[in-house]
Design a protein around this ligand. Structure first.
Ligand code: ADP
Ligand code: ZN
Ligand code: MG
Length: 479
C-alpha cells in the first residue's frame, strides 16, 4: 500500500466501585431500569455531586500502570451537550487538567489475525475521569432512558496516534484490558459495556510527516469489530485518496452486520462543548507524598509477572503465558506453589488438567472446589510416588466433584500406589503368561511392545502399580 496508517484510540473503561462517581447509588449492572438512581445521577437542578475517593484512587493507579505522570493539581470540568442520556445537559469530565498525563504501554502479543506483533511503545496522551451517561433503549413505539448507568465512574484513556494497523490496534486493546483487569480497575466486560472504544484513523502518503484528516469511528463494542472496522476504513480511505477525493473530518458508525462504516455526523470540536470548570467540585490536590503512596500500591503488571514466574518457579515461557493470562489463575498458581517443592509439576497439572476441568464445567477458577493447597498436596503425593500420575487424574476429578482433600480421596478409594516388588511381580508374570505372542515379539527385537505390557500391568493393578518398578521387572522377565 502506498499509504501509512495512523490510528489513535480513545478507550472508555468503567471503574469497578461500590457506588457511583458523584452519588451513593450502587454501581451495578443488570438491575431493573431506573432502580439505581437519586437526584444527583438523575441530574435534578441543585443536587450536589460528591466525588468518589475510591474511583479517583483507581484512576491514579490506572495511570501509574500505564506509565503516566500524575498531576499534583487536577480539576473537574463541565462538558456541555444536549441529549436524553445526560439529564443535566452537561457531563462532569476533565478538560485541561486531568489526573494522568503522558504515559506509554509496551504492546506485545498477537493481532486479531493471530500474527505476532513486534513489541511497540504506544504513547498515552492522557487519562481522565468522568461520569458515564445513561442508556437509551429503543422500542417499537417509543424510546426509554435507563439512568442506572448514569454516573458510573468512567476512565477515558486517550492514546497517541502511534498505532499503525488493525492488528496493532487489537493488540493494544488486549494489553490495555489486561492491565485494567490486573489492577482491579475494571472487569472490562465488553458485553456489559464496561469497556468501549472509539477509533481515530487517517492515512497519509508513505513517509510524509504531516497527518491526514482523521475519521472517528464510534461505538465499537468488541475487539473484533475494531479490527474489522479499521480494515474496512483503511480500504475506504485509500480508495478515496487514490481517486483524489479530499476527506473531511467526520464521525462514522460501524455496522457490524454489513461490515461497513457509515456517516453519522461531521465532527464537532472542543469549543462546541463549552468546557468550563465544575463550580460544585473542589480541585483535587495531591502532594508528592500522596503520589508516592499510590506508587507503592501499583500491582505487578502481567509482563513482569510472566518474567518472574519463569525465573522464580522454573516454568517455561508458554507455562508463564497461560498462567498469567488471567490474574485469578496466576494468584491460584502462586498460592499452590507455596505448598509444593515442584512448582513446574503444579504448572503442568494446572495447564493440562485443572484448566480443562474448569472450562468443561463452565465455572471460573474462583468458584471451583479444588483449593490451591489441596492441588499442591496432590502434586506432593505424585512427587513422593504415593500415587502415580495416572491415579492423579482420578484424584483430581474427584477433588473437583467433592472438594475433598487428596489424602482423604486416596485413602477412601484405596488408590495408594503399590511399590511392593513382590506384588507387582505377580501382575508382571500374569501379563507375560497371558500374552505369549507379544512376549515373543519383544524378544525378537520389537522393544516398543514393552509399553503394551506396562499397560497390562496397570490395568490389572487398576492403575496402582508403580510404573518404574513394573518396567524394571518386565525388562528382567522378558529378557
Ligand atoms: P480531538 O480534539 O478531535 O478530540 P485529539 O487531537 O484530542 O482530537 O485526538 C483524539 C484521538 O485521535 C487521539 O487518540 C489521537 O491520537 C488521535 N488522532 C489525532 N490526530 C489523528 C490523525 N490525524 N489520525 C489518526 N488519529 C489521530
Ligand atoms: Zn445517584
Ligand atoms: Mg481531544
Amino acid at each position: 500500500m502506498k499509504y501509512d496508517v495512523v490510528i489513535g484510540l480513545e478507550v472508555h473503561v468503567q471503574i469497578k466501585t461500590e457506588s457511583k462517581m458523584f452519588c451513593s447509588c450502587p454501581n451495578r449492572y443488570g438491575e431493573e431500569p431506573n432502580t439505581l438512581t437519586c437526584p444527583v445521577c438523575m441530574g435534578y437542578p441543585g443536587a450536589m455531586p460528591v466525588p468518589n475517593r475510591k474511583a479517583i484512587e483507581k484512576a491514579v493507579i490506572a495511570g501509574l500502570m500505564c506509565g503516566c505522570s500524575i498531576s499534583e493539581y487536577s480539576k473537574f470540568d463541565r462538558k456541555s451537550y444536549f441529549y436524553p442520556d445526560m439529564a443535566k445537559n452537561y457531563q462532569i469530565s476533565q478538560y485541561d487538567l486531568p489526573f494522568c498525563l503522558e504515559g506509554n504501554i509496551k504492546v506485545e502479543g498477537k493481532g486479531f489475525s493471530g500474527k505476532k506483533i513486534q513489541i511497540k511503545n504506544i504513547g498515552i496522551t492522557r487519562i481522565h475521569l468522568e461520569e458515564d451517561a445513561a442508556k437509551s433503549n429503543h422500542y417499537a413505539a417509543c424510546s426509554g432512558v435507563d439512568y442506572n448507568k448514569a454516573g458510573i465512574p468512567l476512565l477515558e484513556i486517550v492514546s497517541e496516534p502511534d498505532i499503525a494497523s488493525a492488528d496493532e490496534a487489537y493488540a493494544y486493546l488486549t494489553n490495555l484490558k489486561e492491565i485494567m483487569q490486573y489492577g482491579n480497575i475494571s472487569s472490562c466486560d465488553m458485553e456489559k459495556g464496561q469497556m468501549r472504544c472509539d477509533v481515530n484513523i487517517s492515512l497519509k502518503p508513505k513517509g510524509r510527516k504531516e497527518f491526514g484528516t482523521k475519521i472517528e469511528l464510534k461505538n465499537m463494542n468488541s475487539f473484533r469489530a475494531v479490527h474489522r472496522a479499521v480494515e474496512y476504513e483503511i480500504d475506504r480511505q485509500a480508495e478515496a485518496l487514490d481517486e483524489g477525493v479530499t476527506l473531511r473530518q467526520e464521525t462514522r458508525g460501524w455496522n457490524d452486520e454489513r461490515g461497513e462504516t457509515y456517516l453519522m455526523r461531521s465532527k464537532e470540536s472542543a469549543h462546541d462543548y463549552r468546557y468550563f470548570p465544575e463550580p460544585d467540585l473542589m480541585p483535587v490536590v495531591f502532594t508528592k507524598n500522596d503520589i508516592d503512596n499510590f506508587k507503592a500500591d501499583i500491582p505487578e503488571l502481567p509482563k513482569a509477572k510472566r518474567e518472574r514466574f519463569i525465573s522464580q518457579f522454573n516454568v517455561t515461557e508458554y507455562d508463564a503465558k497461560v498462567l498469567t493470562a488471567e490474574k485469578a489463575v496466576a494468584d491460584y498458581f502462586e498460592k499452590g506453589a507455596e505448598h509444593t517443592k515442584s512448582p513446574k509439576l503444579l504448572a503442568n497439572w494446572m495447564i493440562t488438567d485443572l484448566l480443562k476441568e474448569i472450562s468443561d464445567s463452565g465455572l471460573n477458577i474462583n468458584e471451583i472446589r479444588v483449593t490451591p493447597e489441596n492441588l499442591a498436596e496432590m502434586i506432593e503425593m505424585i512427587n513422593k510416588k504415593t500415587i502415580s500420575g495416572k491415579i492423579g487424574k482420578t484424584v483430581l476429578s474427584e477433588m473437583f466433584k467433592t472438594g475433598n482433600k487428596p489424602s482423604v480421596i486416596v485413602k477412601e478409594k484405596g488408590l495408594i500406589q503399590d511399590t511392593d516388588e513382590s506384588s507387582i511381580e505377580k501382575y508382571v508374570d500374569k501379563a507375560i503368561e497371558d500374552n505369549p505372542s507379544q512376549a515373543e515379539q519383544y524378544r525378537s527385537g520389537k522393544k516398543n511392545v514393552l509399553q503394551y505390557f506396562v499397560g497390562q500391568v496397570m490395568k490389572q493393578s487398576r492403575g496402582k502399580a508403580n510404573p518404574q518398578i513394573a518396567i524394571k521387572l518386565l525388562k528382567e522377565k522378558l529378557g
